[in-house]
Structures are given as C-alpha cells and as structure tokens.
Design a protein around this ligand. Structure first.
Ligand SMILES: [Zn+2]
Length: 122
C-alpha cells in the first residue's frame, strides 16, 4: 500500500518534478519553480489505488517579515473618534436645550429663587 506513494508527481504549474520537503513530509516542492504543494491522498473506491491531489501552498515569506507598508493616511483616521466625541457633545447640548430650563429652575428653587416659587403655584 505504502509503495504507491513513491509515485512520481509533477508540478501542475510547470510540469517539473516534485520532491518531498525534507522538513515536512506532507509538502512537495517543485524542483523547477519552487512552488510548494500539500498532498492529499485519496483512495479511489473503484480501483483501490491512491491518487494524489495537490493543493498549492500559499507562498509565505517565512523568515523575512515583510516590512510593514506604511499605511497611507487618508486623513480620516482622527474623525472616527472625533465624530464620536462630537456626537456625545451634541447629545449633551440637546439635553441641555431640552432640560436646561428645568434644571435652571430647579437650581433656583434649591437656592431660594423668588421667581420660581411663584411659578410653582401655577
Ligand atoms: Zn513547478
């Protein structure tokens, strides 16, 4: 059964020979284009043979971290929180407009405002 796996595989991209990655037996590396593939062995029900399907491995730059591309500042970044702050301020302004007079009257009541005591009888 195992001997089936020695079957020579070819790179789907360029037709080059694939060789096992010495570091990972599940990965084949193309000798020509260095493309890496993961192998999946599927046993065919009809023939009982194993067939390899190759999945291209996304090429990663494993050792050299890609220098982070400095993000272009669109100029909109600060507006995210500024808008949030503005909304909160707007909320308090609206609340102030709506409840300001009441709060003001209440304040005068608490401090013995003359005008307010008369209004309270209305
Ligand atoms: Zn190849």
């Amino acid at each position: 059964m195992e001997q089936v796996r020695i079957k020579e595989l070819k790179c789907p991209a360029c037709g080059g020979k694939l060789a096992l990655d010495p570091q990972n037996p599940n990965i084949e590396i193309c000798q020509q284009c260095q493309e890496k593939y993961t192998i999946q062995w599927n046993r065919l029900a009809e023939t009982g043979q194993e067939e390899a399907s190759l999945k291209p491995l996304p090429r990663k730059i494993a050792y050299e971290p890609v220098p982070e591309v400095k993000k272009k500042k669109s100029g909109w970044e600060p507006y995210g929180w500024k808008r949030g702050v503005a909304l909160v301020i707007a909320f308090f302004v609206i609340m102030g407009i709506m409840y300001g007079p009441k709060v003001y009257r209440r304040y005068q009541m608490d401090h013995g405002g003359v005008v307010v005591e008369q209004e309270a009888d209305e």
